[in-house]
Design a protein around this ligand. Structure first.
Ligand code: SAM
Ligand code: SF4
Length: 327
């Protein structure tokens, strides 16, 4: 008989986002302060073997899909070892990676060989000067080359996530969207969220998704689309006629997807978070290091998974940055 881990609202939990580090080589203006954050001590961070153990104990309870995230996960040395360990766990059908893409050209091949299925790459601009301005890093980075490297390594589908900020990158929406005409890429426009370090960004920078869609319709008519086969989560997908890829909007500010939320998060220091926006966490690291079975801790965490988040009622800056909780 198959067992399913359900929360108190009947949602089955089959998707785990695993943060492997809170550190990052970028300082995106909507995510981290310029000086960085107070980093977790190394001894608090779960080893690859500990992460794999959590997944081994969750997979018989219905866990099917994993996402490796951070911080910037590719900063963790030999991340392909973790990918390989997770790949060998029975029941895991899909492993994806969230990354800013900077290290994809050198690492995509080894990730694919180790068993990574696909990648979500964040890219908020295609213009070198603006990439430096948003990331606060003096780098030469070409997101198109990075996504191409991932595609050539066989990672599929390729999703590109763009956080839309009024007056900062909203004049590039059509450049991003046009990529989907020739390439089988899926460009997803995300509403800016009032979490973490947003002192420079205000509600005025938030561009509602409906406005994004209106801007895209000026390129050519959009038709609703099914989206790529795997891992569509809360995005709404559309396609230009004859385009190879899709465009999508993700509206975290509305409650529309809490009812079908099937995900939980593991922080880099081994806490299980049942909602991205909220403070409910259950410590798994202590029982793990004490050699205790984890199932009772999973069940206790799930019993407190909230019905929905209350982001709209919260103060800007009142929540932890996504880099700290594995966004
Ligand atoms: N470093 C990786 C990356 O950037 O893809 C993975 C971690 S990052 C925290 C995960 C996602 O969260 C990225 O797509 C990023 O753009 C998004 N994100 C972070 N802060 C955000 C905010 N305030 N509003 C909307 N999206 C945010
Ligand atoms: Fe780093 Fe990703 Fe946060 Fe940007 S969004 S600072 S790349 S963790």
């Amino acid at each position: 008989m198959s067992v399913t881990l359900r929360d108190s609202f009947g949602r089955s939990i089959e998707y785990l986002r695993i943060s492997v580090t809170d550190r990052c080589n970028f300082r995106c203006r909507y995510c981290m302060p310029a000086a960085g954050l107070e980093w977790l001590p190394k001894s608090d961070i779960l080893s690859y073997e500990e992460i794999a153990q959590v997944v081994r104990e969750l997979s018989p309870l219905g866990l099917r899909r994993l996402r490796i995230t951070g911080g910037e996960p590719t900063l963790r040395p030999q991340l392909e070892l973790l990918v390989g360990m997770l790949r060998s766990i029975p029941g895991i059908e899909d492993i994806s990676l969230s990354t800013n893409g900077v290290r994809l050209p050198e690492l995509a091949g080894s990730f694919r060989e180790a068993g990574l299925d696909r990648v979500n790459m964040s890219a908020d601009s295609l213009r070198p000067d603006r990439i430096r301005q948003i990331s606060r890093r003096n780098i030469d980075f070409d997101p198109i080359a990075a996504a191409t490297a991932a595609e050539q390594a066989g990672l599929s589908p390729i999703k590109i996530n763009v956080v839309v900020m009024r007056g900062i990158n909203d004049d590039e929406l059509s450049d991003f969207a046009r990529l989907t005409i020739e390439r089988e890429w899926h460009v997803r426009f995300i509403e800016l969220m009032p979490v973490g370090e947003m002192r420079e960004l205000t509600w005025d920078h938030v561009v509602p998704s409906e406005q994004v869609l209106r801007q895209l319709e000026e390129i050519a008519p959009l038709e609703p689309a099914a989206g790529p086969a795997r891992g569509n989560g809360p995005a709404r997908y559309f396609r230009f006629a004859n385009a190879r890829g899709t465009v999508a909007v993700i509206t975290p500010m509305s409650h529309t997807y809490c009812g079908s939320c099937n995900r939980v998060r593991l922080t880099a220091d081994g806490r299980l978070r049942t909602c991205l926006f909220g403070d409910d966490e259950v410590d798994l690291r202590s029982p793990l290091r004490a050699g205790l079975p984890l199932e009772p801790f999973f069940r206790s965490a799930l019993s407190s998974k909230p019905k929905e988040h209350h982001l709209l009622q919260m103060q800007v800056g009142g929540l932890r940055a996504l880099s700290q909780v594995g966004g």
